[in-house]
Design a protein around this ligand. Structure first.
Ligand code: FDA
Length: 323
C-alpha cells in the first residue's frame, strides 16, 4: 500500500517537474532573480557544462583525452522567434567550425524545434541542410533529437529528406512510442540511429510506460537496428538493458553506448574499461533550467543531490568522475 502511494507520488512529481520546465513565468522568474539563478545554476552544473560554448568544448576535450567520444548540444527547443532560430543556427555553425578546425571527432546534437520546426517545417529543413553541408565539410556528425510524439512524423520526414543527401545526419528514436518499430522499419539502410527510452510524457494509447515491457521493446529495437545494418547508439543508463545486450554477445564497430554527461559516470567508465566504445552527451547554453528540470524529473533522487548542491559552495566538476 505504502509502496503504491510512493509510486503514485513519484509519477505526480515527475509530471509536475515536467510542467514546471515548460512554465515560461517560472523560467523568467529564475532568469531575473540573480540569487536564485546563481544557486540553481550551481545545481545544474551536475548535468550542463556551462552557459558558454567554450565550457562545452573544454569538458569535451577532457573526455576525449580520457578515451571517450562526445556529442555536444547547444540547449534549446520550441523556438518560435525566427531571429532566435537564426541565432541558434549561427551558434551551431560556429560549433561545427570549432570541431572542424581542431579536427575533433565529434557529434553535434540538436532539436529541430530549436532551428525552426515550431515555425515552419521548410525553415527547419533549410536550416538543417545548411548545418549538414557545413558538418560534412568539417567531418562532423549531426544528430537530430526526438521530441514530443505530436512532432514525430514531421521530424522523421525532415530527417529522411536531409539524410538522403547527407549521410552524416543521424536520427533519435524513442522506444516508448508504440509507432517506433514501424518508423525504424521505414528508415533507409544503413543509417545512424540512436535508441532512447523517451523523455516526454505521452498518453497511454501512444506509449509504453517505464516497465519491463519497455525494456524488452528497447532491446528488440537495438537488435533490429543492427539487423538492418544501421550504426546504433545505445543511449541508455539502464544497466540491466546494457547487460542483456552484452550477454547476447553484442560487439562490433556498428554500435556504441551513449550516456548523458553527469549520469552514471561509473557505468560509462566500466564499459570503456571493458573495451566498448562510449560516447558522452554534453550540453551547454543559457537554457540549462529546462534541462535541469528534465534530469531531475526522470530520476527523482536527483532532487536530493540538487538540494545539497544548492547550499554547497563546492565546485562541481562531473568530468572528474569519468575514468
Ligand atoms: P530509465 O529512465 O529507466 O533509468 C534507468 C536507470 O538509469 C535509473 O534507474 C538510474 O539508475 C539511471 N538514470 C536514468 N536517468 C537518470 C538521471 N537523470 N539521473 C541519474 N540517474 C539516472 N529523450 C528523448 O525523448 N529524445 C531525445 O532525443 C533524447 N536524446 C537522448 C540522448 C542520449 C545520449 C541519452 C542518454 C538520452 C536521451 N534522451 C532523449 C533521454 C531518454 O529518453 C531518457 O529519458 C533518459 O535516458 C533516461 O532513461 P534511461 O534509458 O536511462 O532509463
Amino acid at each position: 500500500m505504502y509502496q503504491d502511494q510512493a509510486l503514485d507520488l513519484e509519477k505526480q512529481f515527475t509530471a509536475a517537474l515536467k510542467s514546471i520546465a515548460r512554465r515560461s513565468d517560472l523560467k523568467s522568474y529564475v532568469e531575473q532573480t540573480p540569487q536564485l539563478n546563481r544557486i540553481l545554476r550551481h545545481a545544474a552544473a551536475r548535468f550542463v557544462t556551462g552557459e558558454a560554448r567554450q565550457d562545452g568544448l573544454d569538458a569535451g576535450q577532457k573526455l576525449i583525452a580520457k578515451g571517450y567520444a562526445i556529442s555536444l548540444e547547444y540547449i534549446g527547443e520550441n523556438t518560435t522567434d525566427a531571429s532566435e532560430c537564426e541565432a541558434a543556427v549561427k551558434e551551431m555553425m560556429t560549433l561545427i567550425d570549432d570541431f572542424g578546425q581542431k579536427g575533433t571527432p565529434a557529434r553535434v546534437s540538436f532539436d529541430l524545434s530549436h532551428i525552426g520546426l515550431s515555425l515552419d517545417t521548410e525553415l527547419a529543413f533549410s536550416n538543417l541542410m545548411k548545418l549538414a553541408e557545413q558538418a560534412q565539410r568539417a567531418g562532423v556528425e549531426l544528430f537530430i533529437s526526438m521530441e514530443e510524439s505530436s512532432k514525430t512524423g514531421q521530424i522523421l520526414s525532415v530527417y529522411k529528406r536531409a539524410a538522403s543527401i547527407y549521410p552524416n545526419v543521424g536520427i533519435t528514436l524513442q522506444a516508448q512510442l508504440k509507432r517506433t518499430p514501424q518508423d525504424l522499419a521505414m528508415l533507409a539502410s544503413p543509417c545512424r540511429v540512436r535508441i532512447v527510452k523517451g523523455a516526454y510524457q505521452e498518453s497511454d494509447d501512444r506509449s509504453i510506460p517505464r516497465s519491463p515491457a519497455l525494456n524488452e521493446r528497447y532491446v528488440e529495437l537495438v537488435e533490429s537496428s543492427i539487423r538492418q545494418g544501421h550504426f546504433v547508439s545505445i543511449a541508455t543508463h539502464d544497466e540491466q538493458i546494457i547487460k542483456t545486450l552484452l550477454d547476447q554477445g553484442l560487439t562490433g564497430s556498428n554500435i556504441e553506448f551513449e550516456m548523458l554527461y553527469g549520469i552514471r559516470p561509473d557505468l560509462s567508465s566500466r564499459l570503456k574499461a571493458a573495451g566498448h566504445p562510449v560516447r558522452i552527451y554534453l550540453t551547454y547554453g543559457q537554457e540549462w533550467y529546462l534541462y535541469l528540470c528534465h534530469r531531475i524529473a526522470e530520476y527523482p533522487p536527483n532532487l536530493f543531490q540538487a538540494v545539497i548542491d544548492l547550499v554547497s559552495n563546492e565546485e562541481i566538476e562531473p568530468v572528474q568522475s569519468y575514468n
